[in-house]
Design a protein around this ligand. Sequence first.
Ligand code: NAP
Ligand code: MG
Length: 488
Amino acid sequence: MTENHLATSHLGAFDYDPAPESASIARLRDAYGLFIDGDFTDAASHASFASVNPATGADLANVAQANSPDVDRAVAAARHAYDTVWSKTTGAQRAKYLFRIARLIQERSRELAVVETLDNGKPIRESRDIDVPLAAAHFFYYAGWADKLEHAGYGANPRPVGVAGQIIPWNFPLLMAAWKLAPALAAGNTCVLKPAETTPLSALILAEILQQAELPAGVVNILTGDGATGAALVEHPGVDKIAFTGSTEVGRLIQRRVAGSAKRLTLELGGKGANIVFDDAPIDEMIEGIIDGIFFNQGHVCCAGSRLLVQETIADEVLRRLVRRVEQLRVGDPLDKNTDVGAINSAAQLAKITELVAAGEAEGATRYSSSCELPSAGYWFAPTVFANVSSSHRIAREEIFGPVLSVLTFRTPDEAVAKANDTNYGLACGVWSEKGSRTLWVAERLRAGVIWANTYNRFDPTSPFGGVRESGFGREGGRHGLEAYLDV
Ligand code: NAP
Ligand code: MG
């Protein structure tokens, strides 16, 4: 709290009784092995580490630490499954497995939502209503493509790539696994997936689901571990394709490692999305859109609308309303169904957010943070809005990946476009206006892979998602998402 008028702006806040979802629904085991060739097995080194609940700091379960020999085993299993089974199945047979997986995700959706919330810290409302249903939807969607690949626009007989190594981050653990696995399997590839170190658990429940679906052994292998596990997968000569979602920094490293090899590569990296609001947009909807654009999933969203560009004529009113709305956000127990903003995923991420927010204050921006009470255990950060931000400030240039919004202003559409494009990233932008012609004029000029109009953070398996410039290359979702896994 730096601006004390926030504390008195509690207008319209309701008090709710706690409505916690039960953690026991997670039914977590004490320890999980690596999922290789259809079974859970110990790591060769027998090493393991604990996955932690970031909302309490408590250990949730122990997972195996995969090292190079385990990567060798998993890649060999994927290759064998590719050669002997998966490349020989028809599209209709592959579709049958994908439909089964989708239905089993739905059947176990409550358990998956609770596991995701425990392991990641995100509100149960989001894991229940967004992460898990979208993960199922992805499998349903790509199941539909599996027997229609020749109609996808990639030639008469599109071939799979082979063995795909897939590395995913911690912000949408199950959903990112679905984004990677569903199109790869539909196209006829086999997979070795590495979940993030801090959020491995939903991928291990997914491994159980793959067993339930009787997916042939070795078609999907899941290796828990750290960055070194990911690096070993990237280096492995038996992998035909690397699909990576994560930071631009690690993406660059991977691109260098893969250069000169026959491996294919797609990268989904960071972002610094501009949410552009014009003075003719309906203000109530716009305020909710701005809030959702940055505080959804604690702002741990690569396409977050982390830079608000607001037309100068309405800047004062928008800021006043935003600050009031931020004060009403309910921050706390992620398992509580009323919670809007949950825990920060790790101590490392909290340190990064704290450092960038301090830089924002030091560089002269005006900070408004919610006066909400933060739990004493675990990792938390109060939702924050910065006004008087200039394009050169670090908080306007660097990805914070937390619940922090930087507000800048503009006068004309030209200036809005220039400021929105003044970034090394190019993942997503939002435009808010009543005028369709203006929205299209702006959208045509924005350099970003995804542009939302009068909405934000809207995801659908039928719609391609991905970046330009330092946000990476390749698309996930839609017909376009198949290209990454076809030899075209
Ligand atoms: P990260 O550090 O790049 O990690 C991503 C994944 O890569 C994790 O599984 C990580 O393992 C692994 N990894 C780390 N070092 C590696 C290496 N040298 N070689 C191979 N793999 C390695 O990113 P993060 O902090 O988890 O995620 C946040 C970033 O992801 C943000 O920048 C965000 O914008 C981006 N993101 C992008 C999208 C998109 O679709 N464009 C979606 C979500 C997130 P460990 O977890 O064990 O370190
Ligand atoms: Mg965790």
